[in-house]
Design a protein around this ligand. Structure first.
Ligand SMILES: NC(=O)c1ccc[n+]([C@@H]2O[C@H](COP(=O)([O-])OP(=O)(O)OC[C@H]3O[C@@H](n4cnc5c(N)ncnc54)[C@H](O)[C@@H]3O)[C@@H](O)[C@H]2O)c1
Ligand SMILES: [Zn+2]
Length: 345
């Protein structure tokens, strides 16, 4: 059974029908026990499909967390660790994270810390988690309003990305993941732009290939991996800004705006193409002029900054090349004005 990707000697990534890979993969290993972790939405929409395809018995122990980013916290971890304790999981057991990025990040963190680390696999069920969150070995939770600040790097033993789960994913969540696929296209594979409306196994493979290549070259984010933050400096600030309003944006909606603004602010050669692509898939979001001071404040807290300067990571002219650009406040203001004036760009 050949994996589509081998991210690490011990982490295989399988893309496509998991019935063709998962049962044999599991049978070849001799885990003492299995614990499924999922959320309330996936328990309803994904678990029945997973039982059917994985051949695991329906009485397999499962822990179900409430769906949503607000649950990605230490209290939920405690509930999961408690389930591990109640089921007497030893270090030879396996945790299966069935869900989006929240389940994967939190479940990975709980497994990586339980008894100093037990095996886990990711079975991503959102487009975002198939092409991004489940790949790369970052696990963790939010803490005191700060996203992903507590966590560890720990590769899953395997990832099974099966597009079947996308059938029940709400359209807005699907589009949110699309922003990461667009990001992968501009980082290293423009052909992905033709796949956006049809994310089948072949398209997932192309998108995952971009992330795998970047992570393999820079597993611990010392350089090139920053490329995956394209659109995320300004995008995160926009996401946080709208979080405090009555019309929050999805991560992908914010990142799509972030890619447009960052490309424009950096004077990137492909700015028009980035703009056209994002405009095709995402509605224009009115950004009030009054938002600028708060956005600037949020940008100054970005993890990539060094010595007080706000830094953005952009793709260079060559595929898989990184440009680090400093952003000053005037440039941010100009980019916001540009975005506001060009709704159909
Ligand atoms: N580890 C990493 O490298 C990495 C990278 C990117 C993002 N992330 C994290 O991922 C999280 C976002 O992931 P997400 O967008 O998958 O969010 P999510 O896990 O919250 O899933 C989005 C929503 O879709 C529901 N859902 C999931 N699969 C479904 C399906 N197949 N059918 C119906 N409903 C379904 C979920 O219950 C949830 O309500 C964030 O916490 C982010 O920090 C991590
Ligand atoms: Zn992202």
């Amino acid at each position: 059974m050949n994996a589509d990707f081998r991210l690490d000697p011990d982490c295989d990534i399988f893309v496509g029908d998991l019935a063709a890979t998962f049962p044999a993969w599991l049978a070849a290993r001799h885990y003492s026990q299995v614990l499924l972790l999922t959320d309330t939405h996936c328990a309803r929409h994904c678990l029945p499909v997973f039982f059917e395809k994985s051949k695991l018995p329906a009485h397999t122990p499962a822990a179900v967390i409430v769906a949503g980013e607000s649950e990605k916290n230490i209290s939920t971890c405690m509930a999961v660790w408690d389930a591990m304790r109640q089921h007497k999981l030893d270090r030879k057991a396996l945790v299966i994270n069935l869900g989006g990025g929240v389940v994967g990040d939190l479940g990975g963190f709980c497994a990586a810390t339980w008894k100093r680390g037990m095996d886990f696999v990711q079975v991503p069920t959102t487009l975002l988690s198939m092409t991004d969150a489940a790949v790369g070995g970052k696990t963790g939770i939010d803490f005191e309003g700060l996203k992903n600040v507590v966590g560890v790097f720990q590769q899953p033993r395997a990832v099974f990305a099966d597009p079947v789960f996308l059938k029940t994913l709400p359209a807005r969540e699907q589009r949110s993941g699309m922003a990461e696929v667009i990001k992968h296209a501009f980082i290293g594979d423009l052909a992905l732009l033709d796949d956006l409306d049809n994310m089948d196994a072949a398209a997932l493979r192309r998108s995952i290939a971009v992330k795998v290549r970047v992570v393999q070259e820079d597993p611990l984010e010392r350089g090139l991996r920053m490329l995956l933050n394209y659109g995320h400096s300004i995008g995160h600030a926009i996401e946080s800004y709208f979080l405090d309003t009555d019309a929050p944006l999805t991560h992908g909606e914010a990142i799509a705006i972030g890619m447009v603004l960052e490309s424009w602010a950096a004077g990137a050669a492909n700015t028009a193409m980035v703009q056209a692509t994002c405009a095709r898939h995402f509605a224009h979001v009115p950004l009030p002029a009054a938002a600028e001071p708060r956005l600037w404040e949020l940008l100054q807290q970005d993890k990539k900054n060094e010595a007080g300067a706000v830094r953005m990571a952009l793709p260079g002219e060559q595929p898989f090349s990184l440009r680090l650009i400093e952003l000053d406040r005037e440039r941010l203001q100009a980019a916001l004005t540009h975005y506001r004036s060009a709704p159909q760009a």
